[in-house]
Design a protein around this ligand. Structure first.
Ligand SMILES: Nc1ncnc2c1ncn2[C@@H]1O[C@H](COP(=O)(O)OP(=O)(O)OP(=O)(O)O)[C@@H](O)[C@H]1O
Length: 639
């Protein structure tokens, strides 16, 4: 349907009156529509349309139909009513394939859909009301969601529930029940419900993936989704989506709508604002939100924090945000990678040295503790610190006094220490490579970051964050991801965690074809088709399948087989994988080499902590060449 009610869905299992005052039918709030304008009715095997004496007429395929006369409808017919156009298409799938999701679905009710539920009994309603009241008054959003889900289960017997929260990049799932359930919910339905300010329903076929060693089979089932919008502080804030096999009754629609209205502010309290220029880390998953909750609490105090997690999970990102959220935000944030400093320089790097302390120490040098005075010191890979320095670090943490190499007296420092490691420090303590007393001194507040594969809810929001951040830096903007690309991002197990995802998006932007969106072919091969790179381990079925996959029968994950390597949209590769024309491949290869070179430069700069001459030396190129390359690749030294 096009017009003011785009995306609204109603089934034609009974006569459907369309009009300005037709609250029980399809209400079109449009001046050009009469109070009771026309009616769609089941008629034999199909449906008919009758104009009810409207002022501006009902138009079928461009012709005004006579009043009060039933006109048989055929698939594909267009009905114009005021500013709206309704497309009659009995096949839901055909409709989606043709018009996407911005269409009113007028389906003939199938036998199994006709089973509508019985209205909730008085006991169930009373229980739901009591739970909703508790949810509306509980201060904890997570507890409120639990109570709301219970209320909805008691009143509506759903097969799955999801709570969406509206973020800068649209609605995102926050909680699902059963945990990890994978639902297909039309974005258009959610947008329409938020626009209309009331609950709406839509038939929404669901897909479920079953995997064996080599193939993925997708099973489909018919279902209905009820979407009730959530508001907080008068603003759209999210939605509750309720999935059920049976159709919803009007009372159920009103009940869910009213409940959502009552609990919106408890479920969606305003997000804490970012207190500095550093944007808060993406945290859509429950585990990441918990990590950020602890970080925000720890930010207010001085206690040492230990952040653990695999490489690339965002330990430094969280440390920066901890610094930004606390009272030291105006002080420096100094990051040092203990594993990357040569052993002979480590002591001077951390604690500084006096002039003449050793050969080559021509002047006094402050160590990172002194540099971080009044701010935060991030000790990355603290598990790699050589044993003698562990003792010295322990002393500084205890006394807050730094002894420079060759110095006679100590220098007091006011530093909050955040340490991080990807190693199992407890195991290191057990094997004797890490001091137990230091372990306990660091492990005052502990934040563990789960690997990205265990928090799939974060993947797309992160990908969108990187797209928005890197696009302008690279001068290659993209409006978003195609559905296939989103699915590929969601199912990838990301062994290199968030860093690998950031690199994949950067590469995709560099290689992107002319379209508006990043496509699956723009992604690295190991992301676009992980099964061909042996990296689908560790994912649950629901995580592997994109929410909108609708294909029946056995199927290889990642779509049809395509030749390995990089293929851009528009570059023609034959079925045998022989690219044509060859020049296209060469051009692509050159781009890849450039992307790799860029990555090397960025890495060298990172290692040299932004010191250009050191980076140029490490890369074996001159300073002017490095400057030229920085400009050519649009690398921002301070980004
Ligand atoms: N939650 C997040 N939101 C936004 N960006 C993130 C998030 N997590 C990680 N990143 C980005 O991913 C990249 C890698 O993160 P980071 O350097 O913090 O990981 P790390 O765990 O400290 O890695 P390592 O152990 O290798 O030092 C960085 O560019 C960082 O900004």
């Amino acid at each position: 349907m096009f017009g003011p009610c785009r995306g609204v869905a109603r089934e034609l299992d009974a006569p459907l009156v369309v009009g300005r005052a037709s609250e029980g039918g399809l209400q079109l709030l449009d001046e050009k529509v009469s109070r009771e304008h026309c009616v769609f009715s089941p008629d034999g095997d199909g449906h008919s349309l009758k104009d009810l004496g409207s002022r501006n007429g009902t138009w079928l395929n461009g012709q005004r139909i006579p009043a009060q006369q039933a006109m048989a409808l055929r698939p594909g017919d267009h009905v114009s009513v005021g500013e709206s156009v309704l497309v009659y298409e009995p096949s839901f799938e055909a409709l989606r394939a043709r018009d996407g999701e911005s269409t009113l679905v007028l389906t003939r009710t199938r036998a199994e859909r006709a089973r509508s539920s019985s209205a909730p009994g008085p006991d169930a309603l009373a229980r739901a009301g009591e739970l909703a009241l508790r949810a509306a008054t509980t201060p904890s959003p997570d507890a409120a969601v639990g109570l709301v889900f219970e209320a909805l289960e008691s009143a509506l017997q759903p097969s799955a529930l999801v709570m969406l929260r509206l973020g800068p990049h649209g609605p995102r799932p926050r909680h699902t029940r059963p945990h990890g359930a994978h639902l297909t919910v039309s974005r258009e339905l959610v947008d329409s419900a938020l626009r209309a300010g009331r609950a709406l329903v839509m038939p929404e076929p669901q897909a479920r993936a079953e995997h064996d060693a080599h193939t993925t089979r997708v099973r489909r089932s018919d279902a209905h989704v009820l979407c009730a919008p959530l508001y907080s502080a008068g603003q759209p804030a999210g939605a509750l989506c309720i999935l059920r096999e049976q159709a919803f009754q009007d009372e159920e629609l009103s009940l869910a709508g009213a409940l959502a209205l009552a609990v919106g502010p408890s479920l969606c309290p305003p997000e804490p604002p970012s207190t500095s220029g550093h944007p808060s880390p993406v945290a859509e998953s429950a585990s990441m939100r918990e990590a950020m909750r602890v970080a925000a609490a720890a930010a207010a105090v001085q206690s040492t924090v230990l952040i653990t997690g695999e490489s690339g999970t965002g330990k430094e990102e969280v440390a920066r945000s901890l610094h930004a959220l606390g009272p030291r935000t105006k002080g420096p944030f100094i990051a040092v990678n203990c594993g990357a400093i040569p052993a002979e320089l480590a002591e001077s790097e951390l604690f500084g040295h006096e002039k003449g302390a050793f050969t080559g120490a021509q002047s006094l040098r402050e160590g990172v503790f002194e540099q971080a005075d009044g701010g935060t010191l991030f000790l990355d890979e603290v598990g790699d610190l050589p044993a003698p320095l562990q003792v010295k670090l322990l002393r500084v943490l205890q006394d807050r006094i730094v002894h420079r190499v060759g110095g006679r007296s100590g220098v007091p420092v006011d530093v909050r220490v955040v340490a991080a490691t990807h190693r199992d420090l407890k195991e290191a303590v057990r094997t004797g490579s890490f001091r137990e007393d230091l372990y306990w001194r660091l492990n005052v507040v502990r934040i563990h970051l789960a690997p990205l594969r265990e928090r799939p809810e974060d993947v797309l929001p992160l990908a969108e964050r990187f797209l928005a951040k890197l696009g302008p830096q690279l001068g290659r903007r993209a409006a978003g991801f195609t559905r296939e690309a989103s699915n590929a991002l969601r199912v990838c197990p990301w062994p290199g965690n968030v860093r690998q995802l950031a690199n994949a998006i950067e590469r995709a932007l560099v290689l992107k074809g002319p379209g508006d969106h990043v496509g699956v072919d723009d992604l690295p091969p190991e992301v676009a088709s992980p099964e061909r790179h042996g990296s689908t381990e560790g994912l649950s079925g629901s995580e592997r399948l994109g929410g909108s996959e609708r294909t029946d029968g056995p199927k290889h994950l990642g779509g049809p087989e395509r030749p390995g390597g990089i293929e851009r949209p528009g570059s023609q590769a034959s079925a045998s994988g022989t690219p044509s024309p060859a020049g296209g491949v060469q051009a692509t290869l050159a781009e890849v080499l450039k992307a790799v070179e860029r990555e090397h430069i960025v890495l060298a700069l990172k290692r040299a902590r932004g010191v250009k001459s050191a980076a140029a030396e490490a890369l074996g190129i001159s300073r002017p060449t490095l400057d030229r390359k920085l400009e050519e690749y649009g690398i921002d030294l301070y980004a």
